[in-house]
Design a protein around this ligand. Structure first.
Ligand SMILES: [Zn+2]
Length: 132
């Protein structure tokens, strides 16, 4: 079979391809928005499940929130899919007492304090141990 590709056919093909590309891009964009909305909801559900504030200083701005393992046993969760908020939600919902919200500052201070919640009035556990 002999095809003759004329300039008109090529223009027609390009027009069709552009409209398909635009439609695909629109669908992809809508899909991504739905995923983002769903993930935001999952994140919010986790925060509500964990009292929606830093359990150390009471910070309520979610921009600062970290999900902390109360007993520093995060390695137990490595077998689970925590790449998405929906995955994290499933894990947290299973046993919420293992987790708490800490703001970035308090989470960092807990880490620096050898895994113990840092209480400014009591001072540093790690530093105390090092000096004795
Ligand atoms: Zn805090």
């Amino acid at each position: 079979m002999d095809y003759e590709i004329t300039i008109e056919k090529r223009k027609e093909w390009n027009t069709v391809k552009k409209s398909v590309d635009l439609e695909e891009e629109k669908l992809r964009s809508e899909y991504n928005e739905q995923i983002k909305t769903y993930q935001r909801k999952m994140k919010y559900l986790i925060y509500v499940l964990l009292n929606n504030k830093c359990q150390c200083c009471g910070e309520t701005d979610p921009s600062y929130f970290n999900i902390d393992h109360v007993h520093n046993d995060g390695s137990k969760d490595k077998k689970y899919n925590i790449a998405s908020w929906s995955g994290r939600y499933k894990i947290v919902k299973r046993n919420p007492s293992r987790y708490q919200i800490l703001c970035a500052n308090c989470n960092y201070a807990k880490h620096q304090n050898g895994g113990e919640m840092y209480v400014p009035e009591l001072g540093w556990v790690v530093r105390k141990n090092k000096s004795t």
